[in-house]
Design a protein around this ligand. Sequence first.
Ligand code: SF4
Length: 333
Amino acid sequence: MRYPLGFTMAQVRYRNRMAREGRQRYPMVLMLEPLYTCNLACIGCSVERHTGKLSDRLPLEKCLKAVDDCGAPIINLCGGEPTLYPELPQLIEQLIQRGRYIICCTNALKLDTKVFGVIPPHPQLFLMVHLDGMRETHDFVCNRKGVFDKAVAMLVEAKQRGYVTMVNTTVFKETSVEEVEEMCQLATRLKADGILLSPGYEYESVEADVFLTKDQIHEKFRAIRQFAHKYKINATPGFLDFAAGLTELPCAPWSTVNYTPNGWKAPCYLVGESFVDDWDTFWNETNWEYWESRLDRRCANCKMHSGFEHSAVEEQMRSLKGKLQLALWTVSK
Ligand code: SF4
């Protein structure tokens, strides 16, 4: 299975419920950022996401209210570095009790002290370790030597301890396609339960010239498509086609909503047009139609997984052929 069966079934049940309720737009993933504090300052990261004070973190109650208000079945814990969130054990325990699937996106530097022996492995908890390439590229992107080696060691230990592990790779300008395949081979040797590949995203606040233009994204992902079938890559074939420029899709920013220490970020993880504390205001007053259209200049080079994966799945579900392809892909690894 591409994903653990329970995870796939939770999504299917949720989608079916949304369809029965006649909802065209609904959140599938909550990107929950309990803090904007980080122990790294990666060159592709927006400045606010790694310079926040720990004292400005979200209280546990606010995190849980956001989870309950939006109802998404998948909670992507990011930030900031979620392992630095002092209330992480309680947060994860509460999310598991609520039946949510948790993807803890981490640079892995603190897994040995903040997670192992503190937060037990659970089928609803996935440790998603950032590996933006092999040693030289990853340490360059993370702006620190040794991060790659530590992340690999933590992936090995996490697996030995029984955690579900995944690798998250953002493809930047510096990343060669050969290196992406080398990385997939490494993740396979490390027995990672999945590999998420996505093109680097262009934050407004990042000046470093590391992002791909649309043409460069297409070129790299056309090559990546050639070998994707060999590995347990979690981006759907429809998303890879879109990343390769072979299809066009509307954006679905509402499918992956983002709650931050500054409130609900609208419209998406990348663009902070507004921040509001109240879910109803965020959901009802964001002009989703406008952002779906991708007409805003800030959407010009965006092929972000969180914006388009939902649209890719919806597109495949429109035809019998697409449904069969998706089903085959789901059970094929
Ligand atoms: S295209 Fe990208 S930047 Fe624009 S709304 Fe969608 S996810 Fe956000």
